[in-house]
Design a protein around this ligand. Sequence first.
Ligand SMILES: [Zn+2]
Length: 156
Amino acid sequence: MESVVAQLALPENWTSHDFVHAVQTARERRMLVLPLPATAAVGLCGVWFAAAHADVVFHRPSADPVIRRHTLSHECGHMLFDHGSDTRLTPDEVATFLTGIDLEAHGLEPSDFRAGRGLTDYDDPAEHEAEVFATMIATRVTPADARKRDRLLRAF
Ligand SMILES: [Zn+2]
């Protein structure tokens, strides 16, 4: 898992934008980050779909950047550890989830969506692995953030 984190080569004080860029480079695939549709289950924070030529992450919009980064890194953990083949997710479930989302605006078609993660139960080793990854990524950022705040405080 450390090697995956190292491969991303995230800069200090990385933003969600840096993170998406790093994962796109690692996977050599485009990534789209979109808000979850209003119809999504209340307990759902994020979903990843592996489309034919892109990864699509839906996340619950949150004003808290820590929560946004955690959801994003959890879903990217699924991508980076190849958790993509959730065969329990039926094409009907995918279609229902995507109803009302303007995929064409993003150059995608519903038939592009092959596999997804996040719609089924969380009692799963892959969910644990994605959580550990998200936590590792998060703790990596904390000391840098702390130093940055410290520098800011000293400047005043
Ligand atoms: Zn998950």
